[in-house]
Design a protein around this ligand. Structure first.
Ligand code: 13P
Ligand code: SF4
Length: 361
């Protein structure tokens, strides 16, 4: 079966201009092909002493495979922690490029492979390292804190890296020390953290192409149609959508909130890939994807990350058979980026010890 044609993703750049990036969906595995593909991938993972670390947004086949082979399905913080703690010689990251780079930065001696190295993130694309450095230079009185969804070079320029599961705690910690913060690149996450912590935060201007599309008006209509449903929202969403949430959290935080709130119906404002784990953990509970651009929606504005969707069984097997798509990070940049990532992991080990993905040791 041929690979579907690439699509063009439009995203807002830091300067408000339109950025355009391609995303190529992978060759889709048919039901008939799957058993042999899964068996071969499992065999190759063992032969290479490799572990599969997947994000909740990738295809359910990859999520199940990661869990079945001793890997994990997790949010971006736990993906970093799990890969770092695991003894495997090769880490295979099913996610987007910044996740593979983070694995490599933390484990420079290991091989890190990805099914497709062109799996980008609109936040990373909208925060070029030279512009970010200039932003930091213009505000030397502020502590640079960056979201994990950034390049290695941006992380190298920052004091702290955060993910959505730990951002609030780290910013509150810095705020308590009287520090002023410069935050990049996600303006919605930054704005949310600023509101809940009261910290003095100067924000970069970028957003996630997926979460930006959730619409408060349509969500209100949906909530009226499902009066018993609780609303779970990822903090990359606009403030008007966050305002309607019963719980706001990282992908792991959203799953944990569904377990905690004990509703029978949830409306979920994040990439629909997460529903696979939610349905597995809470059978009998109804999960509905939050609405995006309504009737005018195109496939670019539905709740599915086009870059996460670039991970498939065929291209995963291909990298395991050929060694193609190895992540490389300039060692000089990696050494500096590691400091800010490690700072986050050390902080998480004392302030967020309960964090786990799905299927972890
Ligand atoms: P999490 O860290 O919550 O998994 O978020 C990563 C991401 O890219 C969400 O769009
Ligand atoms: Fe980036 Fe958004 Fe895709 Fe997450 S969902 S990887 S933030 S583009």
């Amino acid at each position: 079966m041929a690979s579907p044609a690439p699509i063009q993703i439009r995203f807002e750049r830091f300067d408000g201009a339109l950025g355009i990036a391609p995303a190529s969906p992978p060759r889709v595995a048919s039901e008939a092909e799957k058993p042999a593909l899964l068996a071969r991938i499992t065999e190759r993972l063992k032969a290479l002493d490799a572990v599969l670390v997947a994000h909740y947004y990738v295809h359910p086949d990859l999520q199940d495979l990661a869990q079945a082979t001793g890997g994990t399905v997790a949010d971006s913080l736990e993906m970093a922690r799990f890969g770092n703690a695991h003894p495997a010689k090769t880490i295979v990251v099913a996610g987007v490029r910044f996740m593979g780079e983070t694995a490599k930065i933390l484990n420079p001696e290991k091989r890190v492979l990805m099914p497709d190295l062109a799996a980008e993130c609109s936040l990373d694309l909208a925060c070029p390292a030279d512009r970010f450095a200039a932003f930091c230079d213009a505000h030397p009185d502020r502590v640079p804190v960056v979201y994990a969804n950034t390049s290695a070079a941006v992380k190298a320029r920052a004091d702290w890296v955060v993910t959505s599961s730990i951002a609030e705690k780290i910013v509150a910690h810095l705020h308590a020390q009287g520090k002023k913060i410069l935050f990049a690149p996600d303006k919605h996450l930054g704005d949310y953290i600023r509101r809940v912590t009261g910290a003095d935060m100067l924000l970069w201007n970028a957003s996630c192409v997926v979460h930006e599309e959730f619409k408060a008006q349509q969500l209100e209509d949906m909530r009226r149609q499902h009066p018993g449903a609780k609303v779970l929202v990822h903090p990359e969403s606009p403030a008007s959508v966050i305002a309607m949430a019963d719980a706001v959290g990282s992908t792991t935080g959203i799953i944990q909130a569904a377990e905690r709130l004990k509703a029978t119906e949830y409306i979920v404002a994040t990439d629909g890939g997460i529903l696979h784990q939610m349905r597995k953990r809470l059978p009998g509970v109804t999960f509905i994807e939050a609405p995006t651009a309504g009737k005018g929606a195109t496939c670019q504005s539905c709740a599915h990350c086009p870059w996460m969707a670039m991970n498939g069984l065929h291209n995963l097997l291909d990298v395991l058979e050929t060694g193609r798509n190895e992540i490389q990070v300039d060692p000089a940049i990696g050494v500096r980026a590691r400091v800010s990532i490690q700072r986050m992991l050390d902080f998480a080990s004392t302030h967020l010890p309960q964090l786990k993905g799905s299927g972890d040791a």
